[in-house]
Design a protein around this ligand. Sequence first.
Ligand code: ADP
Length: 401
Amino acid sequence: MNVLVINAGSSSLKYQLLNPDSGAVLAKGLCERIGIDGKFTYKPQVEGKEALKEVDVAMPTHSEAIQAVLYALVDAKNGVIASMKEIDAVGHRVVHGGEAFNKSVLITDEVMKAIEDCIPLAPLHNPANLTGIRACEKVMPGVPMVAVFDTAFHQTMPAKAYMYALPYEYYETDKVRRYGFHGTSHKYVAGRAAAMLGKKSEELKLISCHLGNGSSVTAVDGGKSVDTSMGFTPLAGLPMGTRSGDLDAGILEYLMAKYNMDIKEMVSILNKKSGVLGVSGVSSDFRDLENAGKEGNKRASLSVEMFNYGVKKLIGSYAAAMGGVDAIIFTAGVGENSASQRLAIASDLEFMGVKMDAEANKVRGEEAVISAPDSKVKVLLIPTNEELMIAMDTAAIVSGK
Ligand code: ADP
């Protein structure tokens, strides 16, 4: 079976054609500047096929973008499949499923309506995801499509973890609660962790640290998300590349009054000018911060320390919340690549049974156990693969498993 995975943004569309059983990727790429001047990138993963990089393709709407993807996939010279019939299903990443979806679903008219109903919760993302779905329906009629939600994995959180201490009607009437994000990634690495440890998911208490440009940490007890650091929006939790993470809401009133800012300006600062970029004044990219730190830039070092400290505190609190932890997982850009940050985060935790192995930790981008052999709690590096998770869910649903 081949599944086409689509991640549609407002003016971009990422795609990957893969086999969910073997994990083999046939081709992947990106349509950018949809509705502007259309740039198309195609990277076949099959020997002897040539890639296309940012070539001009007219893409006034997402439909032309999908059409360009299909043409490239079946192209006589550089295509990877003989015809569209070899695409068995399409898996769509959808950011927000609200409380309506606790797992991936086959897309029907009712599902489209429910995704539309979640637009107020993700006003930038869900409309773009819907556009991607409609474009596929138009260009590939009859091919089954599945929606995979960033929020669905976290729907198992208990009320004590997802409620905010606000007047209850804001939850009942306005759906204000913690939803959590990166669910597809947390679910994937939690599944891989069980496989690596040779245990059933039901037997394990895991803490999954997805540390990238956006970061979240999730407590996974018995295969289910029981708490997560992102909240009503992805602004919550850890300090991130440019996002503040959690802060005292009183700061908003203080700064808005002092600098005569409206709420839009304030929230824009929290989303785009804060996090490690805001503290360091250098960059939102952790590689730049590490380099600047080595050259003596104290604010760059401070921003990374704050981030690492934030992750460490979440590990401690989620271990307490679950009454223990069997393994800690590092994934995403920083988690997969930065040995120094993994070490900073997971060191000095011997009191709770975590003992890192500095040598084993000198690894990048591959599955590995990075704790010492006698560490009670295993520490794992697991590269995330959201596309594979989407393809696996899609295959399971269309084949009725
Ligand atoms: P997203 O998908 O959220 O955009 P990624 O998961 O790709 O983000 O992570 C991007 C982050 O990973 C960047 O801040 C980047 O600096 C960081 N990163 C990548 N490689 C390294 C590395 N070798 N050391 C430290 N950070 C790294």
